[in-house]
Design a protein around this ligand. Structure first.
Ligand code: AMP
Ligand code: MG
Length: 418
């Protein structure tokens, strides 16, 4: 049996970073930027007011105080979005709103609070200034946030909402990013029924297609659902045919030791395939290889293929451990590991057969420390246990178990803060 790390290394060695594409900025969320972004404009474009108040010339405020205000004549009002056509002359002020460009002749803005701004506001033709204003007071300089010609975002960053906002502030509607992988998913099993059908006796709904498609989406890929193949070679071959233009192919089930596990036979004929027993629980049986595919342009190429175990929990756990890093690598991301924390385990777990156990756990923070409790029965068919869990507690393969009170690593599936 190989270790989780050995399996992951082999998988990652077979996946490459995908090509770049130009996309509308909102569509880029979570993708990796494939260009250095320079600004062609100053942000803000002009010197402007940082506060609501009066634009003045600082020279006009010399000696001003609350006891003896300097009175200036108000010659205009300027709001954000418009430019005052007036020029300040000695003894005058222009009422100005936050974000409005500084009028000619002004070098500072005095806040309303530091004037005798009357009520109703702006009703007086003159204004009393209560204090001396230094040059530059309450002014945001042109280019202070982003200077024209400067590099604003560098190639390789992941686009988050703040990067989307920065692109928009430059007037960019699109950006070059590494494209999202298309991940095709084929379920296998005579017992499976699609969710849109009634459920005959002896059958079960195909849930894995949907949990895995949701995981593909969560990590930035595009799922392509191929449907359900029966447990025979022809049906699996037919099912795979529609996935040969994908960037990665997932099959679910049919890789264990059962009589009807035909997936491995088919895949061995369709490409190069390795079957592994990975030293982990759940999820021991795992197939990995490449399948002969074609590009959109009809050119032959190899598609990485992962044959995940059919048990609903096993398929999700093996996805998190092996498919997620592969998707992230294809997207050009550098950090491929899910965040992990140290937590005090509140249950004991016996490890009888030397596999690494990924136990579904509920992690909570108390008094600044993390505590992890198991979700209950750990059967790999019990999918509802995944809905209770927010983490996977890792029980090392070289230990015969851990006791309540021991500290373990927990791979976080979700942060409650999210
Ligand atoms: P297999 O790996 O094909 O032997 O499947 C192991 C278990 O997982 C069996 O109980 C299957 O019925 C179940 N299973 C396989 N595929 C799915 C699926 N797509 N949705 C729900 N359960 C499945
Ligand atoms: Mg099966």
């Amino acid at each position: 049996m190989i270790t989780v790390e050995q399996a992951l290394d082999k998988i990652l060695a077979h996946v490459d970073v995908l090509e770049t594409e130009e996309r509308l900025i909102l569509g880029c969320l979570g993708q990796v930027l494939a260009e250095d972004v320079y600004s062609t404009i100053d942000v803000p474009p002009l010197d402007n007011a940082a506060m609501d108040g009066y634009a003045v010339s600082s020279a006009d405020t010399r000696g001003a105080s609350r006891q003896s205000p300097r009175f200036l004549q108000v010659i205009d009002t300027v709001a954000a979005g418009s430019v005052s056509e007036c020029q300040l002359k000695p003894g005058t002020a222009i009422r100005i709103m936050t974000g409005a460009p500084l009028p000619k002749g002004a070098d500072s803005v005095v806040r309303f609070e530091d004037t005798d701004e009357p009520s109703p506001k702006g009703s007086s033709p003159q204004i009393g200034i209560f204090g001396e204003a230094e040059t530059g007071l309450n002014i945001r300089r042109a280019g202070e946030s982003i200077a024209r010609g400067s590099i604003v975002l560098t190639k390789g960053v992941v686009i988050r909402p703040s990067e989307v906002g920065v692109l928009a502030s430059l007037g960019r509607s699109t950006a070059m990013v590494i494209r999202r992988p298309v991940v095709a998913i084929l379920a296998t099993g005579d017992e499976l029924v699609d969710i849109n059908q009634p459920l005959p006796l002896g059958k079960i709904y195909d849930s894995n297609t949907y949990s895995l498609a949701a995981l593909v989406m969560r990590y930035g890929g595009i799922p392509s659902i191929l449907g359900i193949a029966l447990d025979n070679e022809d049906s699996v071959v037919a099912g795979l045919r529609h996935g040969l233009d994908a960037d990665m192919l997932l099959t679910i089930g049919g890789v264990s030791m059962g009589d009807y596990d035909v997936v491995k036979d088919v895949l061995a004929k369709q490409g190069e395939i390795a079957f592994w027993q990975v030293r982990m629980k759940p999820g021991k049986p795992l197939a990995f290889g490449t399948i002969n595919g074609v590009t959109d342009a009809g050119i032959a190429r190899n598609i990485p293929h992962l044959g995940l175990p059919g048990n609903p929990v096993s398929s999700m756990v093996t996805f998190e451990l092996f498919v997620r890093p592969a998707i992230l690598k294809m997207m050009g991301k550098k950090n491929l590991t899910k965040p992990a924390i140290e937590a005090v385990l509140e249950d004991s777990v016996v490890n009888s057969d030397g596999r690494r156990i990924f136990a579904r756990a509920i992690v909570k923070k108390r008094n600044g420390r993390y505590f992890a409790r198991l979700t209950g029965p750990q059967g790999s068919g019990i999918l509802t246990s995944m809905t209770l869990a927010n983490g996977l507690a890792v029980i090392p393969e070289d230990k015969e178990g851990v006791k309540a009170g021991d500290t373990v690593q927990v791979i976080m599936l979700d942060w409650s803060e999210e």
